[in-house]
Design a protein. Sequence first.
Length: 291
Amino acid sequence: MTETAQSAATQMQTWKLTLAYDGTDFHGWQIQPGHCTIQGELQSALGRIVGESPLPQGSGRTDAGVHALAQVASAQLQARIPPANLLRALNRTLPGSIRILSAQVVSDSFHARHSAVAKTYEYRVLPIEPAACQICSPFLARYVYPYSWRLDLATLNSAAAAFLGEHDFRSFAASDPDLVARSLDASEDSVVQTEARTAIRAIYSSAWHEQITDGFRLLVYRVRGNGFLHHMVRNLVGSMLDVGRGYMNVEDIPTILAAHDRSLAGPTAPARGLFLHSVEYSETESRSWIS
């Protein structure tokens, strides 16, 4: 084999992996010593299959207990393996609570987080007794926030609309000890690099709707934006639920946004109701290079 052929044989390929997972039993996305994480499981599975263990880069770091319908990860591999074979092998190796939905070779410029242009999250609330004639089924309990206060859908949507546009969301970001470190690491979920070290984010759509799941009436919040701060979606939901039950007024939201003070906003909704719904990329960045 010539030197050129050898070089081509060992050239790295960039892979785009789309995965779904039940985050209940995981300590979030990011690998952490002594904890079971999505990133760690994916890295280990790649090592067992192709003998390489790159650290897969996710589109964002979902927290412990948060789920994903279509998380995206990127990784570079030397192994020449057909995408369909890698897909099957990963799903045979990973635990059943993590499934690879697609695997494709993409441009070397692709990066799951840096190349993203928009992201959508979904939060699911189950109105229960005494406010609604429903109990929380054990088959739903891992994926919804059971909420016993009576909620008005129109009021929830008025609150959701108040977040549309570009705002500084410091009042809705986590105030935990490692927030500074997260901010310096391009924040929890920023996909716009020019805003990576600020709390300014653009929200493109923000609305609630009713949904029937397994015979239960859910209230589902869906929000699409160019990036999200740590706990931002869960803090938005907690605040909107306070508005929906009459504890807070819709008119308070602009004041809270302008204050840049987390203590003025509502509580953080539980992780179990949150899903990373989808991640968007430009067509040129995510196009498959091989079939």
